[in-house]
Write a protein that binds this ligand. Structure first.
Ligand code: RIB
Length: 301
């Protein structure tokens, strides 16, 4: 781990996840008896911020919560992980985002999100936090907050020379003036199929059990493709595996330039996140990710 941790700004969502284990996913109109039921702090933005902090980054989070149990639960998770929350606003008029999640015995999930306070963010809101974005080594975004806020943040970062990493989840059409400010785009296989291959300097596609691929250019400007196999684990809940991957790939890529060095760190973090139920409880420590990474094959160019 480097002596100076990377400074990461994460702008994004906070949710309270309501998680039910289900023997199988219901058909439309069908009721299935499941259980047990648990609640966890979650939301793609919060998950990625906490994951990056557990992996050693200095993280500042920008987002909105309600004045409720969901907001308090997220604040506790941020505080425990050491995430700075001067940019986390409480909106008494709105509820914290809610994620309703069902998890099958195979660890797969279905998720529906009610955004609540996550949708209070707009371009003017982002402008109030411009200094935090400008002071970061990188800005990490997802698509659970309004496009207007993401675009404003990305453009502000780009103008300040701060690289923007966008995890385009959940998938949504991305306007060109937003994409033009993105350096690294991270998508899963489904999102990749929906959006095609946008022109960004670096594209990372995750394939779950089949690993991940990074498309970028080498120092000579030649197109380069780096593949990394996944790490075998027994999945119990895949929720937040993508968030762990995004955070780990981001932190490690700020420390090491070549994808063959940081891609395994991302896939190891994603694999470990599948071994624990819940979002934030499943996000692994740096030590755990390093140990798993050392145990398996390196990426191949
Ligand atoms: O990526 C997992 C997250 O997606 C969950 O924590 C849920 O809140 C949804 O945002």
């Amino acid at each position: 781990m480097p002596s100076t941790p990377p400074r990461l700004c994460v702008l994004g969502s906070v949710n309270l996840d309501l998680v039910i284990q289900t023997p199988r996913f219901p058909q439309p109109g069908e009721t299935v008896l499941g259980g047990p039921f648990e609640t966890f702090a979650g939301g793609k933005g919060a998950n990625q911020a906490v994951a990056a902090a557990r992996l050693g980054a200095e993280v500042r989070f920008l987002g909105c919560v309600g004045d409720d149990d969901g907001g308090r639960s997220a604040r506790a998770a941020f505080s425990e992980a050491g995430v700075r929350t001067e940019g986390l606003e409480t909106r008494p008029d709105l509820h914290t985002g809610i994620g309703v999640i069902t998890v099958s015995p195979e660890g797969e999930n279905h998720i529906v999100v009610a955004p609540g306070a996550n949708h209070a963010m707009d371009a003017a809101w982002v402008q109030r936090h411009a200094d935090t974005i400008r002071a970061a080594d990188a800005l990490l975004l997802q698509l659970e907050v309004p496009l207007e806020a993401n675009r404003a943040a990305a453009q502000l970062a780009r103008a300040a020379g701060v690289p923007v990493i966008l995890n385009a989840a959940p998938a949504a059409p991305l306007p060109e003036d937003f994409l033009a400010a993105v350096h690294t785009l991270i998508v899963n296989q489904l999102e990749f199929e929906e959006m095609g291959r946008p022109a960004v300097p670096r594209l990372v596609v995750t394939y779950g059990k089949a690993g991940a691929v990074c498309f970028d250019r080498d120092d000579q400007g030649q197109a380069r493709e780096t593949r990394q196999a996944s790490f075998p684990v027994e999945p119990v809940d895949t929720t937040a595996a993508g968030d762990a991957f995004c955070a780990a790939a981001t932190v490690a890529s700020l420390e090491q330039a070549h994808p063959r060095d940081w891609l395994p760190f991302g896939t190891a973090a994603g694999a470990l996140a599948c071994t624990v139920v819940g979002a934030i409880p499943a996000l692994p420590s740096r030590e755990a990710v390093e140990a798993l990474r050392r145990s398996a094959p390196l990426a191949q160019s």
